[in-house]
Write a new protein. Structure first.
Length: 226
């Protein structure tokens, strides 16, 4: 298995007390960001219960800030920026989001990281998961269910402890866009400690720990089977 992963998605969900969407304040916030490293190309007020700042690049890459009643989500979909650039964006936007949403703290936050790993000894990620991780054959599945698999995968949940903050949900699947790649997702849920603007680094550190988990623990775990 290749050591380097291919990141395709970064996001963080910043949860706060419910507050109405104020179009004028968010519109002013959008214009204040213009010219900064965290500016966006467009703003969307199409839906009354949410506002969206967004930029698109190419056919599918998007940068989004989604404002909902009780949370704000910063998303890099089919990302073209690095993880470090994403962290810088979260660090810059986090305190400003609290201010414009008239909040003192984020009550909880979640992070989601998605990547792919290219296999070296297997040409089919479905076969790799079925045979090496699950000790199953695709023929057995067809015999029992009467149809072939489109995708397959496994899911792990790792609980929180004093030494390991956050509940981690881990998904490992065959990647539907590339036969020889594994899709992996790590989602962390952090709700023990509210985060004020001056302590936004706590969110950054939790995201870094998730990234370390993906690259330093999940990758070697999978690589031993390839």
């Amino acid at each position: 298995m290749h050591i380097e992963d291919r990141p395709i998605h970064f996001s963080v969900e910043l949860i706060h007390n419910p507050t109405p969407i104020n179009k004028e304040i968010l519109q002013r916030f959008y214009y204040d960001l213009i010219g900064s490293p965290v500016s966006y190309d467009s703003i969307d007020f199409s839906f009354p219960m949410q506002t969206r700042f967004y930029s698109t690049r190419g056919n599918r890459s998007q940068s989004i800030v989604l404002f909902l009643l009780d949370r704000t989500i910063i998303i890099e979909e089919w990302t073209t920026i690095t993880f470090t650039e994403f962290l810088n964006k979260v660090k810059e936007l986090g305190p400003k989001i609290l201010q414009v949403r008239n909040q003192m703290v984020f009550l909880a936050h979640t992070g989601t990281l998605r990547s792919t790993f290219a296999l070296t000894r297997y040409d089919d990620a479905k076969s790799f998961i079925m045979e090496k991780l699950l000790n199953q054959s695709q023929e057995l599945m067809i015999d029992h269910f009467g149809r072939p698999l489109a995708t397959t995968g496994i899911r792990f949940v790792f609980p929180e402890s004093n030494d390991t903050p956050g509940i981690y949900h881990v998904l490992i699947e065959s990647f539907r866009h590339s036969k020889k790649e594994l899709f992996v997702e790590v989602r962390g849920i952090f709700g023990r400690q509210p985060v004020p603007a001056q302590n936004i680094d706590l969110i950054i550190e939790n995201l870094k720990e998730m990234r370390e988990f993906l690259t330093k623990r999940l990758q070697p775990y999978l690589a031993q089977y390839d």
